[in-house]
Design a protein around this ligand. Structure first.
Ligand SMILES: Cc1ncc(COP(=O)(O)O)c(C=O)c1O
Length: 632
C-alpha cells in the first residue's frame, strides 16, 4: 500500500521520507531558537499581508510550503516553552509527545470503536488507568480523553444530569465558586441552564469556598422547591491556584445527594508530588474530575480528560447506537470511546501521553512539577523581600499573584494603568511574559510557573524587572465615587412615582443626563414593603436590583447582621450584575425591611442593559458590589 502512488494526493516512500526529514529539521531549528521572545504579536493587516491568498489550483513544492510556515506563521505566536512564559496557564510540550501526536495523525488513528482501534483504545485505557491511580480513584472508574478542560467540564455536567435526573428542567441548580473557570458557565449555558439556575458563590479566606456558604445556598434552593444538582469546585483555580476544601465539600454533597465535580484542569497532576497530594486531599471523593494533560503534564494541545468515579455512568450518559454503527458494537470487555463522550470520530490523544510518559518515566514529570512548585515559592519569597512589591495571593500550586506599590499613583485607576504599562514593558524586554487578573475586584499581576524549561534565574530576573523597572505616571480621571447616605430629605412615602429630579438626588444617579435618567425610570418600578418583609433572601437566584428610596433594610448573612442600608443605597447589586460569561451570583445576603421601605426596582436583565448604556452607573454599582462582596 502506498509504494506506487495512485493519486496526486499520494507521495512515494522516498518523498514521504524527504518531506518528513525536512519538517523535523525545520521544527528542531524553530524549537531550539534561543533568541525567540516569549510572545511575538502582529496586526491582522500584517498577517493578511504575509498569508492572505486564494487557495492555488496548482501545487506548491513542499519545501516552499514549509519555508512559509517557518518564516511567516510559526514566529507570530506565544512560546509556551520559553523559560519566561508565565502568563495564563503555561503550556510546554515534550518532543516525544509531539512525535506521538504526529504518529496518531500520520497513522490517522480513529480512536472511536474497539473494532477499528484495539491498539489505540488499549493505550487510552492504560493512560486513564495511570491518571486514576495518581488521583486516588478506584480502578472501576471510567474516563475519556477529550480536547481540553472546557470539553471535560461540559462532559462532567452532562453526565451528572443524565445520572441524577435525566432531561433538563427548570428547577435544577448548579453551584460554582466565583473562582470557577468560565468554561463551567459556558457548559451550563450550552446544556440549557438559565443564568438563574447557576449559583455563583463568593469565596472566603484564601479564595476558597466555605462549605457553609455552599450548604446555605443548597438549603435555600431546597426550601424554595428547587433541585440542587451539581457542584463544581476548584482543584487549582485559574486565578490563584486555590484548592477548595474538597473533603468538607464532598461531605456536604454526599449528604445532599448532589454531584461533586472537581475542576482540577491543571492542578490534578500536582498529585504526582507529595506537596500536591497534600493540597488536593479529598480529590478522590469527587464524582468526577477534570484533568488537562496539555497543562501540567506537558502534552501538546489538545489533550484534556474527564474521569467519572462510578464507572457505568459515563457510558449511560452518552451511549447511542444508530443502525449504521451496529457492526462496531463493542464486545463484553471492549470499550468504544465514542460511547463515553460527545465525539464520534476522534483522534487518539492517548498516544502522545503514553509515548512521552514511557520515554521519560513518571519520575521526570514528578520532578518537573515539583520544581515548578519550588519556583513559585521562590517567586513568593523574592516578592516578599522586595520593598516595592506585595503579595496579593501567595504561591499555590504554580501560581503566585502580586502587585507593585505605586505610591505616586493617584487612586486605583492610575495604579492599574501603571501596572498594565509595567507588564507591557516586561514583554517588550523579551525577559518574560506575565498576565494579570482581578482579585476581589483589584488589579493583580499573576505568574503561573509550570514550565519545565524555566530556571530559577528566569524567575528572579522577572521579579527583579517588575520590582525595579521605572514606570511613568498615567494620570487619568478617577471614576466617580459613590458616597452612601447622602441624605434624601424628602418625604416621599405615599408618592405614586419617583420623578427625574428626585432620582437625581440619589448619589447613584446624581450626574446622569436627562436621557439617562429617563432610561432608568422607564426600566424601573417601585415596591413598598412593611417592616419585616423579605426584600431578598440569601442563596436565592432572583436578580432584581433595589434602590432604597425611603426607610431602612437590615442585611444579614448566615443569620448574622452585616449592615443596615438606608435611602439612596442599592440592595441586591451583587446578584443583579453580570460577572462574566453571562452568569451572576446568587443572593449573598438577605435584606429585610427594618421599617416601612420604599424602593425602586430594576428587573433582572434590564440592569445589564442600563449598565451597558450608562457606564458611570455600572462603575458605581460594581465598586459597591466589590466592597460588599468581600466584606468580612
Ligand atoms: C481550572 C481550569 N479549568 C478549565 C480550563 C479550560 O481548559 P481548556 O482551555 O483546556 O478548555 C482552564 C484553562 O485554563 C482552567 O485553568
Amino acid at each position: 500500500m502506498g509504494a506506487v502512488p495512485r493519486s496526486a494526493l499520494q507521495l512515494t516512500a522516498e518523498e514521504m521520507r524527504e518531506a518528513g526529514y525536512r519538517t523535523v529539521d525545520m521544527l528542531v531549528r524553530h524549537l531550539t531558537d534561543e533568541e525567540a521572545p516569549p510572545i511575538r504579536r502582529a496586526t491582522v493587516g500584517a498577517m493578511q499581508e504575509l498569508l492572505g491568498r486564494a487557495a492555488a489550483e496548482e501545487p506548491t513544492p513542499f519545501a516552499e510550503v514549509l519555508a512559509g510556515l517557518e518564516g511567516d506563521v510559526l514566529p507570530y505566536r506565544a512560546r509556551g516553552d520559553h523559560p519566561g512564559f508565565f502568563a495564563f496557564i503555561s503550556y510546554c510540550g515534550t518532543w516525544p509527545g509531539a512525535l506521538g501526536d504526529f504518529i496518531a495523525s500520520a497513522a490517522n488513528v480513529y480512536a472511536s470503536s474497539w473494532m477499528e482501534s484495539a491498539g489505540p483504545s488499549q493505550v487510552e485505557l492504560e493512560v486513564l488507568g495511570w491518571f486514576k491511580e495518581w488521583i486516588g480513584y478506584p480502578a472501576s472508574a471510567t474516563g475519556i480523553l477529550v480536547s481540553g478542560g472546557s470539553a471535560a467540564n461540559m462532559t462532567a455536567l452532562a453526565c451528572a444530569r443524565e445520572a441524577l435526573v435525566g432531561p433538563m428542567s427548570d428547577d435544577l441548580v448548579a453551584y460554582v465558586p466565583d473562582q470557577a473557570h468560565s468554561s463551567l458557565a459556558r457548559a451550563a449555558r450550552v446544556l440549557g441552564f438559565r443564568p438563574d439556575q447557576v449559583r455563583v458563590l463568593p469565596v472566603g479566606q484564601g479564595f476558597r469556598l466555605d462549605p457553609a456558604t455552599l450548604q446555605r445556598a443548597i438549603t435555600a434552593d431546597r426550601t424554595a422547591g428547587r433541585r440542587p444538582l451539581f457542584v463544581s469546585v476548584s482543584g487549582g483555580s485559574t486565578n490563584t491556584g486555590s484548592v477548595d476544601p474538597l473533603a468538607e465539600i464532598a461531605a456536604v454533597c454526599r449528604e445532599e445527594g448532589v454531584w461533586l465535580h472537581v475542576d482540577a484542569a491543571y492542578g490534578a497532576f500536582a498529585a504526582l508530588t507529595e506537596r500536591g497530594r497534600e493540597a488536593l486531599v479529598g480529590l478522590e471523593l469527587a464524582d468526577s474530575v477534570t484533568l488537562d494533560p496539555h497543562k501540567w503534564l506537558y502534552q501538546a494541545y489538545e489533550c484534556g480528560c474527564v474521569l467519572v468515579r462510578n464507572g457505568t455512568l459515563l457510558r449511560r450518559a452518552f451511549e447511542i447506537t444508530p443502525d449504521y454503527l451496529l457492526d462496531a458494537v463493542p464486545g463484553e470487555e471492549e470499550v468504544n470511546f465514542s460511547d463515553l463522550g460527545m465525539q464520534l470520530s476522534r483522534t487518539s490523544h492517548a498516544i502522545k501521553v503514553w509515548t512521552s510518559i514511557r520515554t521519560f518515566g513518571v519520575a521526570a514529570f514528578r520532578d518537573a512539577i515539583d520544581r515548578s512548585i519550588d519556583q513559585a515559592l521562590l517567586a513568593q519569597r523574592l516578592i516578599e523581600e522586595s520593598v516595592t512589591l506585595e503579595i496579593t495571593s501567595p504561591a499555590q500550586l504554580g501560581v503566585v499573584c502580586f502587585s507593585r506599590r505605586f505610591e505616586e499613583a493617584e487612586g486605583e485607576h492610575e495604579s492599574d494603568a501603571m501596572h498594565e504599562e509595567l507588564i507591557a514593558a516586561l514583554e517588550r524586554s523579551g525577559i518574560a511574559f506575565i498576565s494579570s487578573t482581578r482579585l476581589r475586584g483589584r488589579f493583580s499581576m499573576r505568574m503561573c510557573i509550570m514550565n519545565f524549561t524555566t530556571r530559577d534565574e528566569d524567575v528572579a530576573a522577572t521579579i527583579d524587572f517588575l520590582a525595579n523597572e521605572p514606570v511613568a505616571r498615567h494620570p487619568s480621571p478617577p471614576p466617580a465615587v459613590f458616597e452612601p447616605h447622602v441624605a434624601l430629605e424628602r418625604g416621599w412615602l405615599g408618592r405614586p412615582r419617583v420623578s427625574a429630579d428626585e432620582l437625581r438626588l440619589l448619589p447613584l444617579f446624581s450626574d446622569l443626563d436627562d436621557q439617562q435618567v429617563g432610561r432608568v425610570l422607564a426600566a424601573s418600578s417601585e415596591r413598598t414593603c412593611v417592616k419585616g418583609d423579605a426584600i431578598v433572601v440569601e442563596g436565592d437566584g432572583s436578580r432584581e436590583l433595589y434602590i432604597v428610596l425611603e426607610g431602612e433594610a437590615a442585611i444579614t448573612r448566615g443569620g448574622e447582621p452585616v449592615a443596615t442600608l438606608g435611602a439612596g443605597e442599592p440592595i441586591g447589586e451583587i446578584a443583579a450584575l453580570e460577572w462574566g460569561a453571562g452568569f451572576g451570583y446568587a443572593r449573598t445576603a438577605s435584606a429585610t425591611a427594618a421599617s416601612a421601605v420604599r424602593a425602586l426596582v430594576i428587573p433582572a436583565g434590564r440592569v445589564d442593559e442600563l449598565v451597558r448604556e450608562i457606564p458611570a452607573l455600572g462603575e458605581r454599582l460594581r465598586a459597591i458590589a466589590r466592597s460588599r462582596l468581600h466584606r468580612p
